[in-house]
Ligand binder design. Structure first.
Ligand SMILES: [Zn+2]
Length: 99
């Protein structure tokens, strides 16, 4: 297994959150790891930038700016905003940078 290194705080300890599967095309498993220092959750190993088109083809996003149904779109935006607030709060904590 690839050595964990948090891109946010530099921590090297992680916990496995769960394994997710690409159910659209490859059924390939992806392991999600959470940093024990700052809770940043990442996919490991991360897909290469070149492979992202395979996982997110044009049809994945729907038409125009709308990607999902209105309810899912609302929950997605809300989740992103809450996560962004949490990350900003973590970044502003001195402990993250001195770890
Ligand atoms: Zn971290």
């Amino acid at each position: 297994m690839e050595q964990f290194s948090c891109s946010l705080c530099g921590g090297e300890e992680s916990s496995t959150c769960f394994t997710a599967y690409d159910f659209d095309s490859s059924v390939e498993p992806f392991q999600l790891l959470q940093c024990n220092g700052c809770s940043l959750t990442i996919t490991q190993p991360a897909p290469s930038p070149e492979s992202l088109d395979e996982y997110y083809p044009e049809s994945y996003y729907g038409s125009g700016r709308r990607k999902f149904s209105a309810v899912i779109e609302f929950l997605t935006v809300l989740s992103c905003k809450l996560r962004a607030k949490k990350v900003v709060k973590q970044i502003s904590r001195k402990e993250v940078w001195s770890a």
